[in-house]
Write a protein that binds this ligand. Structure first.
Ligand SMILES: Cc1cc2nc3c(=O)[nH]c(=O)nc-3n(C[C@H](O)[C@H](O)[C@H](O)COP(=O)(O)OP(=O)(O)OC[C@H]3O[C@@H](n4cnc5c(N)ncnc54)[C@H](O)[C@@H]3O)c2cc1C
Length: 382
């Protein structure tokens, strides 16, 4: 566990080399400024097998694990926080298709995602319900061989660019959310879908985030992903996989921020000394490096638990929560070390800081993770 195997090291190096070769700083700043998707780089990443590496080879995946995906996400985010997240979230939701759907849906959609022909997204959150998915209002009502979807989803990553969405809907009358929610695959070009931009964001600016409205949208019943009524437990399982990915994003962001801070303190002179020679600066770097290593260990261990068939939900929540916090703290300290230059776009660390924050908010925020961890650790109370 404490050393990556040869294949993992090769994947790590391939991702590092790809990012070094493709993520040009000026070009990235331009894309972020124009809020443009890195289309060509996404296609190249897919050609090299970086998208959907955990999917089976029959779907053009790499047949590898979530840990391998983490290594890619870490290296890409280390070189560029936005680019790394945008590329590794290009197929968001396809994980649910791979893990839960019938073969027909897998055959129809997964290769398109892994080969870079289609983006995808998840439409879970609603204006009134973010974390509390058991209370959603969007419905999918059976009508012959079809399901008719009505409702409104918010903050959908890739909304308006994706080829399909995994939509969490109410499908049953049962009061118990563990029995009445389902995941439904909805093609983006179905009649009745309208898309509206969610508005300007703090970070992740190369990627669209949209509100989707579904008005009598008809999809075949065969588009149910997994079992009818099992949407909530499937969502929990899906989010376990995505929380590990988010922890890896955060780890890469933290590593990228400290890389830049170290370079800077080694060349910047004040009071006739390199900043790196001040003891307080050494201590700051030591604290940052220790945090990054802790994030790495817990993220890899969480991924390892997933790949070994026993996803440890408590550990995964710990990894997501702590890596995301570490990314925010390390990027914050990196800006401090850069001084005034850290506040400028040119430094890159300001963008790492902005991008880090989303890792704390999305796919289960800090408070929710603490709830899960606290309950698991304390256990039954008599
Ligand atoms: C850039 C971006 C991209 C997103 N992408 C997607 C996407 O692709 N698909 C999708 O479905 N959603 C997406 N989301 C939505 C995101 O998952 C939600 O914002 C998140 O789940 C939180 O929901 P909320 O904003 O409604 O906050 P709320 O659930 O209203 O929570 C607000 C705050 O209240 C506190 N809180 C809430 N519940 C509790 C509790 N039980 N105990 C203690 N404190 C609590 C927390 O501090 C929390 O941050 C995205 C959001 C953003 C900003």
């Amino acid at each position: 566990m404490f050393e990556l195997n040869r294949s993992q090291k090769e994947i790590q190096k391939a991702a590092r080399d790809f990012a070094k070769g493709e993520f040009d700083k000026e070009f990235t700043l331009e894309l972020e400024e124009k809020r443009e998707y890195p289309e060509k780089i996404w296609k190249k990443a897919a050609d090299l097998g970086f998208i959907g590496i955990q999917f089976a080879e029959e779907y053009s995946g790499g047949g590898l694990g979530v840990l391998d995906g983490c290594l890619i996400a870490e290296e890409l985010c280390r070189k560029d926080s936005t680019m790394g997240m945008v590329l590794t979230l290009s197929g968001l939701g396809s994980e649910a298709v791979f893990r839960f759907a019938e073969n027909g849906l897998k055959e129809k959609y997964l290769a398109k995602v892994t080969e870079g022909d289609m983006l995808s997204g998840i439409a879970f959150s609603e204006t009134d319900f973010g974390l509390d998915m058991s209370s959603i209002n969007t419905t999918a009502i059976p009508d012959g061989d079809a399901l008719v979807i009505n409702g409104k989803k918010t903050h959908v990553i890739n909304g308006g660019s994706a080829g399909f969405y995994i939509v969490l809907c109410k499908t049953g009358q049962d009061e118990d959310p563990l029995k009445n929610l389902s995941m439904v695959l909805v093609e983006a070009d179905c009649d009745g879908i309208t898309v509206k931009d969610s508005g300007e964001k703090l970070g992740l600016n190369m990627m669209k985030t949209s509100e989707l409205t579904f008005k009598d949208v008809k999809v075949p019943v065969a588009n149910l992903v997994g079992k009818e009524g099992k949407g909530l437990s499937q969502t929990d399982a899906f989010l376990n996989e995505i929380k590990i990915l988010t922890a890896a994003h955060a780890l890469g962001i933290a590593q990228g921020a400290i890389d830049r801070a170290i370079d800077y303190v080694k060349q910047r002179e004040q009071f006739n000394r390199k900043l790196a020679r001040f003891q307080i600066i050494k201590h700051k770097i030591a604290d940052m490096a220790t945090k990054v290593e802790l994030a790495r260990l817990i993220t890899y261990k969480a991924a390892w638990s997933f790949d070994n068939g026993k996803p440890d939900a408590t550990l995964i929540s710990m990894a997501k929560m702590s890596s995301a916090r570490i990314a925010v703290e390390v990027a914050d300290e990196a800006i401090q070390l850069f001084g005034g230059y850290g506040y400028m776009k040119e430094s890159e660390v300001e963008r790492f800081y902005r991008d880090a924050k989303i890792a704390e908010l999305c796919f289960g925020n800090r408070e929710a993770q603490k709830d899960l961890i606290g309950e698991a650790v304390i256990g039954k109370i008599k």
